[in-house]
Design a protein around this ligand. Structure first.
Ligand code: DC
Length: 232
């Protein structure tokens, strides 16, 4: 049998990265963070001095980007040429700018092409997982990039739960100030991003998992059960 493909999408703060990494590590699969690819594209354009409002120049620059995704779920990394930009792409500067790159249609075409090639490779023996497969996460992964994945999950959580999680992640606490400071990042970005990809409602064949009232471990269990069902 060829490797399994598990696609997980959902809005900011739904826990998709954490859950995807855990599931991939537990099952010996590769892990692809497609959001990190959009962040890398943004970092690359800024590094190259390409103005983000010049959509054509951005698309050209991204087509030339020497991107390498390291898909170990225990230590995922992103490299562009010789630079390890794993931490740099988490900066507020990138988080604020990334929607402009992620809403550039030719950029989406290019990154989707790369994502499909990576997924394809991981289902065969030559991939990093030696054919075991991959967990790929990101906005349009269940619908556009890998609509024929074996398991397709939309991970959701209430707005309150998502804001509180992001606030804890970024500020170490979830009081009113921290939540206010996080609101723009979570809600505005989702609004902007939802103009080019639909990740707020599940399409046919995609299973919704609502993690608002679940712990991390419980959510991992739900996802693993869904995987067991298709493997059985
Ligand atoms: O999940 P994240 O915050 O790292 O995503 C970064 C940005 O990229 C965010 O604006 C959503 C966008 N994105 C996308 O448009 N399509 C994907 N498959 C993944 C992320």
């Amino acid at each position: 049998m060829t490797g399994i493909v598990i696609a997980i999408d959902g809005p900011s703060g739904s826990g998709k990265s954490t859950i995807s990494k855990r599931v991939a590590a537990d099952l010996g699969l590769s892990y692809l963070d497609t959001g990190a690819m959009y962040r890398a594209a943004t970092w690359w354009c800024l590094d190259q001095g390409v103005p983000l409002e010049d959509a054509d120049a951005v698309a050209e620059a991204v087509a030339e980007m020497p991107l390498e995704m390291v898909m170990d779920p225990a230590a995922p990394a992103v490299r562009v040429g010789r630079a390890d930009i794993t931490s740099a792409i988490r900066s507020t500067e990138i988080a604020t700018a990334v929607s402009r790159v992620a809403t550039n249609i030719p950029v989406r075409g290019e990154l989707r092409r790369l994502q499909r090639a990576i997924i394809q490779q991981e289902t065969g023996r030559s991939g990093r997982s030696q054919g075991r497969g991959i967990v790929a996460e990101g906005r349009d992964i269940t619908t556009v990039v890998a609509p024929d994945a074996h398991v397709r999950i939309l991970l959701t959580a209430s707005e309150e739960a998502r804001l509180a999680r992001r606030a804890r992640e970024v500020h170490g606490r979830a009081d009113a100030d921290a939540i206010a400071a996080t609101t723009d990042q979570v809600l505005r970005r989702d609004r902007d991003d939802s103009t080019v990809s639909s990740f707020l409602t599940a399409s046919d064949g995609v299973t919704t998992v609502d993690s608002s009232a679940l712990t991390l471990d419980q959510t991992v269990d739900v996802v693993r059960r869904l995987i067991e069902e298709v493997r059985a």
